[in-house]
Design a binder for this molecule. Structure first.
Ligand code: 5RP
Length: 243
């Protein structure tokens, strides 16, 4: 029987193959990224990497990847990261590891944002919990304001890599864009874990022993052309280096 761990591994290794020599690379956080880091290092490319958490940074340095401070890197060629939930239209929930603010900043700086998941992460619609990073200063008053959006609970776990409190929104998601707008409008919220499809270029899914890739750029092109395309239909991962 193929486990989620094996599916993560095949997705992680396929994503590592998309990276080319000389690239600037954003590295996300989590157990799937942890499998991608050694696969990337094994390719022995000349890369400049940015890590979204101390955990990823330590793992990357350990295998010899060059890590730069994100404050000195304006653009990334590619960023690779996991996700907690992937909806059929490409919306994501991230932040299971509490690093979603950094992860969103890194994804936004990248020409390609490749999401790597096992097949259990594919959901028919996004649901709770949706992680939130909240400024520690005034946390109780921010939580009070957030209650107007829905139930939010402070997570019993470590803070974000930048010291923010990690909370989880536990209400219904419904339209993710509308919920994202509401959360972002609450003073004291640093960032929420809803990632829009516009941020994503590819979703690489481990399914059994093989990988499927949804290219959201194709999906966007199909929409512009007025054609309908089924989401997460699954097809072989594109050849490495496809622009
Ligand atoms: C961390 C994240 C992770 O990418 C997400 O939680 C998925 O983790 P994993 O690869 O361990 O399943 O968003 O903030």
């Amino acid at each position: 029987m193929v486990t989620a761990e094996q599916e993560k591994r095949v997705a992680a290794e396929a994503a590592a193959e998309l990276v080319e020599d000389g690239m600037t690379v954003g590295l996300g956080t989590g157990s799937t990224v942890a499998l991608c880091v050694p696969a990337l290092a094994a390719r022995r490319l000349d890369l400049r990497c940015v890590a979204t958490s101390p955990r990823t940074e330590a793992a990357a340095r350990e295998v010899g990847l060059r890590i730069e401070r994100f404050s000195t890197v304006a653009h990334l060629d590619i960023a690779i990261d996991g996700a907690d939930q992937v909806a059929p239209d490409g919306w994501l929930v991230k932040g299971g590891g509490g690093a979603h603010t950094r992860e969103k900043l890194v994804a936004a700086a990248a020409s390609r944002f490749v999401v790597i998941v096992d097949s259990t992460k594919l959901v028919p619609a996004l649901g709770p919990p949706v992680p939130l990073e909240v400024l520690s200063f005034g946390l109780s008053s921010t939580l009070r304001r957030l209650a107007a959006v829905g139930p939010v609970r402070r997570r019993d776990g470590p803070r974000s890599p930048d010291g923010g409190a990690i909370c989880d929104y536990l209400g219904p998601v419904g339209d993710p864009r509308s919920l994202a707008r509401k959360m972002q409008g609450v003073l004291g919220v640093v960032e929420h874990g809803l990632f829009p499809p516009e941020l994503v270029t590819e979703i690489v899914v481990g399914r059994g022993a093989s990988v499927e890739c949804l290219d959201l750029r194709d999906l966007r092109g199909a929409r512009r052309g007025g054609k309908r395309q089924s989401s997460l239909s699954g097809r072989p991962v594109p050849p490495p280096g496809r622009p």
